[in-house]
Design a protein around this ligand. Structure first.
Ligand code: NDP
Length: 608
């Protein structure tokens, strides 16, 4: 049943937009999908060296411990904090960087800022009595907050920094994991918590000639301030005599480019797909408002945001920003009169119309901020808002009005064609540059080892890569059959929210419960039964059908497995479609059952 006539007067032609979106998607679809990227290892390994701290030498460790958390970003920090509260002792950390912070340790590029409102994003604000300085925090404040958490919960005590896991192997006789590292350590925890992050390993495009370039080069997640000069707040004065290329126009570039454009002699931004760039409108925290907040306010606010961004009805939009606007538009289309029933098909059509309206606004914004017509046209995104990570910035688009800044549209050739010793050749032109900055993102849809950097061998020596070859297989996203006492926190068949830290916090609390229950029941280890795991996978896939259809129509990117989304591939296909709040409710009911349904506990004594 199509929508009533009042919806046909919106001032645009939905069919024309649908066709345009499809055309722009098809133009970018590449046969090589994820294989268009190369791993940053071997000859490219230097791209991930830590530019922030000196390497400290130390003796290898040989140690048993109760819990080992792999990764010191917000997933690890929240696990550490919640385990501490739950009385779990002997918790160790292992982290490749020189401190806690994860993505905020690595990403120090100029202008780095969190797009999610700070009052939702920075965890433990009430517990630590901290109020962010602004509605949207800049990276240094977030990095400092991660250290505040580590200090408050005593997490530095057992933290092993500058160390990478090389392998994890299950030892059935001891019912422990043997975790080995690039420092020669042998760590033997009873439990492992994997918090290696969804966007942890930088990736590079496999552009022909990439290894021939003789100029300077780095990835945005390892910003080279020694080369550019300045710091996070700008002042990149060493670029004054440099011709610079930036490849990629995702969320990172949107924030960094205004600073590079301001200082470089010349800047070429190589774009394949434009980002949607909405208004930022940051503002300092209103101290009077902060005083009015009642205990429990942060959970209430982040749950409100989680519901808003999945389109669930709420009484009030507390955050009121560019993330939630589309759903406010949608809410205004739904008839107030409860007698006027809306079918699921009509609801989907209304959501699409609200999306068209929102994206028309984003495209109009380009026209209002960019003076040169062809450049403005090339900067307009033609896809639904959540096909790609929406971005928010007030300085990015006007940067293209500067005389030293050029946008190079590479959409017709599906990306940059060739890198030479001196620069970039694409679209029949060559660009000699002193420096190429790769803003080309992180490994998402690739094999498990490629994303984490190491392999996990479970019972019978089976590798997790093998076990997940046809897609993730977990119970509630936390654990897999054959990989006992190993818990994943992050995105793996659980409730998704763009506010990652809230998801990680809730997961950490559930894993704390699991560890305590397994210990209190005197079990050596626990793992999901094959049946429970299969049932959960089927639930995820069944509920992901609408998401899969949505992402299938999207322009390629890491949200949709580079355009090859299917029942078991792509971010959208692997999350619990009803969202983070519904997932938390499901977990709470599961805990209330008291019998750990679907988990098999191994209580047998150690074999002699
Ligand atoms: P992305 O993966 O979002 O962007 C990579 C960019 O590289 C894309 O524009 C991609 O184009 C482009 N690209 C890849 N290969 C080529 C090629 N051969 N030629 C030309 N262009 C190419 O990485 P980001 O680092 O920007 O962001 C990653 C994620 O990190 C974000 O999505 C977000 O989740 C997070 N982030 C969050 C921030 C926040 O505010 N909280 C800030 C910054 C990042 P195409 O789109 O066509 O594939």
């Amino acid at each position: 049943m199509s929508l009533p006539t009042e919806y046909s007067n919106l001032g645009f032609d939905p069919d024309a937009l649908r066709n345009k979106y499809r055309e722009e998607r098809d133009k970018r679809l590449r046969d090589d999908a994820n294989d268009q990227y190369v791993e940053v290892s071997g000859d490219f390994g230097y791209f991930v060296d830590d530019p922030y701290v000196e390497r400290e030498e130390r003796e290898p460790m040989d140690k048993e411990m109760h819990v080992l958390i792999i990764g010191g970003g917000f997933g690890g920090l929240m696990s550490g904090a919640r385990f501490h509260e739950a009385g779990i002792k002997d918790v160790h950390f292992i982290e490749a960087g020189g401190d806690f912070g994860g993505t905020w340790y690595w990403n120090r590029y100029p202008g780095a800022q969190c797009d999610i409102e700070s009052y939702c994003y920075l965890p433990l604000l009430e517990e630590l009595d901290y109020m962010p300085k602004e509605k949207y925090s800049f990276a240094p404040e977030i990095y400092e907050h991660s250290q505040r958490i580590a200090e408050a919960y005593n997490l530095y005590e057992n933290a092993i920094f500058q160390t990478k896991v090389t392998e994890m192997r299950w030892q059935e006789e001891d019912a422990r994991w043997l975790v080995t590292t690039d420092r020669g350590d042998s760590l033997r925890p009873k439990y492992v918590v994997m918090s290696t992050g969804p966007l942890n390993r930088p990736k590079l495009p496999a552009i022909s000639g990439i290894d021939e370039y003789k100029g300077h080069t780095f990835h945005t997640s390892r910003w080279d301030y020694e080369y550019t000069g300045g710091d996070h707040s700008g002042g990149l004065t060493n670029l004054a005599d440099k011709r610079v290329a930036v490849i990629g126009t995702g969320a990172t570039t949107i924030q960094a480019v205004p600073f590079v454009g301001k200082h470089a002699k010349e800047l070429f931004v190589f774009q394949r797909t434009p980002s949607s760039v909405d208004e930022r409108g940051n503002k300092p925290t209103d101290k009077e408002w902060a005083k009015t907040l009642k205990p429990g306010w942060q959970r209430e606010r982040r749950e409100n945001f989680n519901d808003m961004v999945i389109g669930r009805p709420v009484k009030e939009d507390m955050v009121k920003d560019g993330w939630t606007e589309i759903f406010r538009k949608l809410a205004s289309m739904v008839p107030r009169d409860p007698a006027k029933k809306v079918t699921p098909e009509q609801a989907a059509e209304m959501a699409e119309l609200a999306d068209f309206q929102k994206m028309n606004g984003i495209r109009d914004r380009v026209d209002s901020l960019v003076s040169e017509e062809d450049t403005a046209e090339a900067l307009k995104p033609w896809y639904r808002q959540f096909c790609k990570r929406p971005t928010f910035n007030d300085d990015y688009l006007p940067t293209f009005n500067l005389p030293n800044v050029t946008l190079v549209d590479t959409s017709e050739t599906k990306g940059v064609e060739r890198i030479t010793a001196e620069g970039i050749e694409t679209g029949g032109k060559s660009y000699k540059v002193d420096c190429i900055i790769f803003a080309t993102g992180f490994e998402v849809g690739t094999a498990y080892t490629r994303r984490s950097g190491f392999e996990i061998y479970g019972q019978g020596g089976q590798s997790l890569t093998e076990y997940w070859a046809d897609g993730l297989r977990t119970l509630h996203g936390f654990s897999s059959h054959g990989f006992p006492n190993c818990f994943q926190v992050g995105f793996s068949q659980n409730g998704f929210s763009v506010n990652l830290t809230s998801v990680l916090d809730d997961q950490a609390q559930h894993v704390a419960y699991l560890i305590n229950e397994i210990d209190e029941r005197g079990a050596r280890y626990a793992q999901p039964s094959e049946e429970a795991e299969a049932e959960w996978v089927a639930t995820i896939r069944r509920m992901a059908v609408a998401n899969t259809a949505f992402f299938e129509a999207c322009t390629p990117g890491y949200y949709n497995n580079e355009g090859y989304v299917s029942a078991n591939r792509g971010l959208g296909a692997e999350s619990y479609a009803p969202g983070a709040n519904a997932f938390n409710k499901l977990l709470a009911e599961w805990r209330d059952d008291g019998e750990l349904p679907g988990l098999e506990l191994e209580k047998a004594p150690r074999p002699k």
